[in-house]
Ligand binder design. Sequence first.
Ligand code: NAD
Length: 284
Amino acid sequence: MTVVMKGKPVADAISEKLIKEVEQLKSKSIEPKLTIIRIGAKGSDLAYERGALKRSKTIGISTQVVELPEDVTQENFLKEIKKANEDKSTNGILVFRPFPAHIDENAVKNAIDPAKDVDCMSPVNFEKVFEGDNSGFGPCTAEAVVQLLKYNKVPIKSTDITVVGASLVVGKPLSMMLLNEFATVSICHIFTKDTAAISCKSDVVISAAGKAKLIQTQHLKEGAIVVDVGINALPDGKICGDVDYDGVFDKVKAITPVPGGVGSITTSILASHVVKACKLQNNL
Ligand code: NAD
């Protein structure tokens, strides 16, 4: 029978551990804090922000949201980042991407303090992901996928894994994280000649392309494990992943739903990064 790998139990297990860690920190009068700096009020940003605030509250992490207008100048945006960098009570900083066109993403990436960069904006943290250096912070979504696989006891070492999607936010860092754990990783992208020919040989297929129904039965071998990172809005307003969930369900050994899969884990990873940042900043 096909196993549905939901995100909630993974997120709950991470949260439970963090609640205890935060209690211990508070007994030393240390309170972890996340500062979110948001430009504008995009629906997807607000939805993620609500989730992050709720998760933080459950765990005992304090939060602050800095709202900036859509037309904020580069200078003022960088000023807010500098303020959060220098604010001793802030341990983690989250900014939402993509930025409005007039904001230079490179300047932002280099402005954020790597020690507070809890979603891997900074090239310093990105490089650490490639090096397999766990002292930094990987992108939360990529790490959520790895945690989901581990929670479900999916072997990674020596496993053939295809990652569909090669963005800086998900596909590339995720591929490196899996490689660091000795998976044999194939990376497919928009210009891959024949994604199905590659993915159908893999034990695990992870899709992070942002294209509804991209992954069909011909992309998967019998008994494959499928992780769907995609979040796509359908014309009727419903959300779906990249995988033709109903179409492939009987062929696969395990699959994540959308919604209710990887997306449900991301805020608990974010919280774990804030706690980790807090401990490091307090030399713990
Ligand atoms: P992106 O647009 O930056 O990158 C998409 C990648 O997929 C690119 O590398 C592109 O080459 C590749 N791609 C696109 N069409 C393809 C095709 N037909 N065949 C093979 N490869 C193809 O997107 P992103 O920011 O990496 O996000 C990817 C998806 O993951 C989106 O649906 C996004 O909403 C979702 N996402 C989910 C979470 C979560 O928490 N679950 C977080 C971030 C992103």
